[in-house]
Design a protein around this ligand. Sequence first.
Ligand SMILES: C[S@@+](CC[C@H](N)C(=O)[O-])C[C@H]1O[C@@H](n2cnc3c(N)ncnc32)[C@H](O)[C@@H]1O
Length: 392
Amino acid sequence: MIFHMCARSNLLLRKEHLAVWRAWRPWKLQHSSGVCASSGPGPQDRSEDLSSVSPEKPLHTPVMLKEVLHFLDIQPGQVVLDMTFGGGGHSKAILNTVPGVTIVALDRDPTAVSLAQQLAEKHHARVKPVLGRFSELEALLSDLNIKPGGIDGVLLDAGCSSMQMDQAERGFSLSKDGPLDMRMDGERYPDMPCAADVVNTLDQQALASILAAYGEERHARKIASAIVEARRVSLITRTQQLASVVAGSFPTAVVHARKDRLHRPAHVATKTFQALRVLVNDELNELHAGLRAARDALRPGGRLCVVTFHSLEDRLVKRFLQGDDLSNLDQYHFSPRKQSARREKLVDEIRIRNPESVSWLPLRRKVIVPDKDDVQENPRGRSAKLRAAVKR
Ligand SMILES: C[S@@+](CC[C@H](N)C(=O)[O-])C[C@H]1O[C@@H](n2cnc3c(N)ncnc32)[C@H](O)[C@@H]1O
């Protein structure tokens, strides 16, 4: 069943991505510059943002820091790949606790990489900032002359950073009004559809599939219908506009009834925002590409820590560490349930017969979650899940 879910979402992601592009191109021609190209921050705006940040400011509180340091178990002089530098919280803690360590600091967001550059200036050759996506990692490491197997520890702290969430103009936030953008690297790829492009162009059924698959939203069809109704009146271009369209599709009593894990009121559009962000940034395929790149980069005996924030991601990580070759999923037709079940059985049989086919030894069998104090201190990390393993 779990395998089926991962497989379905992987397949859907590709299908819906194609649908977004197909619908978006002619629409963009009609609307000259597209919603986000005209309202999102340009390169000049972003450099102004940076003048107000410094690597010393806590821009993002690192999640499950002590657990990450414990499971990575980095030794002096080792080379660590931080695949998600963000505000640099984890990297800084590693630099401060382990002597002589070198950090390769990757991020797809140019703002994060500028912070890594500031940190590199302070730590000279010990920090190597790299701008790019997980799916580009192999080539990027080769540019740095790092051969496959040349890395001792990898951290992948998925999702987006507080820096991204807190800047209204990035369009990730439900609580702050901004252009409905959500692209982590929109300025590198200005032709990439943003969240506004998705909600204004996809048909109702495709929208509902996205909300159900990537937001695990039970009311996906109702919300998709409200979006399509609303955009007939005017295009949805702002985060608050989308939040109120979603809220408007629920009775008032329900709007305030949803609770998060800390039992605080959760906005009914939270899952819609998650689904759009996952789609716009191709997050599941990127995560899968990142896990494969991490496996190739690590030496045997090297350690991998992956922190995820929603169940779709965690399921993918879990299955990957169990040795499922998720890249083969596209060969199968998932709609007929039987075929998927047969595939799942086959994978389990292979695993039992040939445990060597699994590249990982888990450091903990069960998923690790933040302790209560951590959650109180940093509520944004409340849904974090950590999996740690050693490469065989
Ligand atoms: C949760 S934050 C990391 C926070 C960081 N560990 C810290 O302590 O500050 C996730 C970061 O990963 C980056 N990211 C997400 N997907 C990525 C991808 N496919 N390739 C490269 N970077 C990615 C985001 O831009 C974001 O800065």
